[in-house]
Design a protein around this ligand. Sequence first.
Ligand code: TXA
Ligand code: MG
Length: 323
Amino acid sequence: MFETRIGVDLEEARFWLEKGELVGIPTETVYGLAANGLNPIAVSKIYTVKQRPQFNPLILHVSNVNKIAPLVSEWPSKSHLLYTHFSPGPITCLLPKSDDVPDIITAGSDRVAIRIPAHPLTNALLETIEFPLAAPSANPSGYVSPVSADHVFEGLAGKIPYILDGGICQVGLESTIIGFENDRVIVHRLGSITADQLKTICGQEIQFELSHSSPKAPGQLKSHYATKTPLVVGDIRSLCQEYEGNRLGVLSFQEDYSKMATINLVLSPMGSLSEAAAGLFSAMRRLDAAGLDIIITEKFPDTGVGMAMNDRISRAAYPRQSE
Ligand code: TXA
Ligand code: MG
């Protein structure tokens, strides 16, 4: 047990990481639960603290492309290009791993996921340490990812010594995960970088493998990002009628449904998808904490980051499908 502290002290964060302990770190996407990625004992604590299945591999975080080189055995042809254009930023590439990467990071796979996050505090931390940081989202496995230091505290207080407080995450959704097979560029998890952006940079069609049943990125398992309160997705008006008599939480994109709901959170009255994405997980958490019977939400416009938002809410939706 630890008395979990929240602060902005990079020295303290580094102290715990060098000792083989876990630290909550801010990124532009969501908060990560970080350990020394080259220390298998430290990494094993991530699995214990998150109650994460051992078969689910972890992303390594570094501060620049030069620090990727020792971790990979080769560079797929488009990978350098993608890092150059989108990093630091919300993109993760799956690359052939070198022998330096412990098997516990990749869950036995020969590919390692690597990302260069874009958050000044975490990047400063990564610059001062000698090792990459293994970091999944800093939530108990299966729950909604944290986008503030307080969210990390709510889920992991007592289990980790320190949370580096970098404010609210600007993007609010986990990174886009890209794999490479022969000459194909494949999206394994949708994020804020759109397929069109990827296509423009790579100069080729992008493919999607977001399979639910045999995931290449096991975070694609269906019952992920889930609130404890049942969440349904559909036409808000009809769902409010269907569930009349219950305490209803409505999570809407643009429109106001406060007359129909016990609580209505509107993500972006102006209709901005990036504003809505940045607020999505906080809103899900707020509604989940409000003692409601059901959370009703709607499909977002299926373009740009709206696709990633739809992916997350469909995985959070009830009835849960365990696979
Ligand atoms: O934005 C993000 O990516 C955040 C921040 C903290 O960087 N991290 C994050 O980590 O979302 P996590 O563990 O919650 O999700 C990472 C996903 C998982 O679905 C995992 O299965 C997949 O990446 N993954 C990691 N390593 C992999 C590998 N070697 N092969 C295939 N999938 C991998
Ligand atoms: Mg996660």
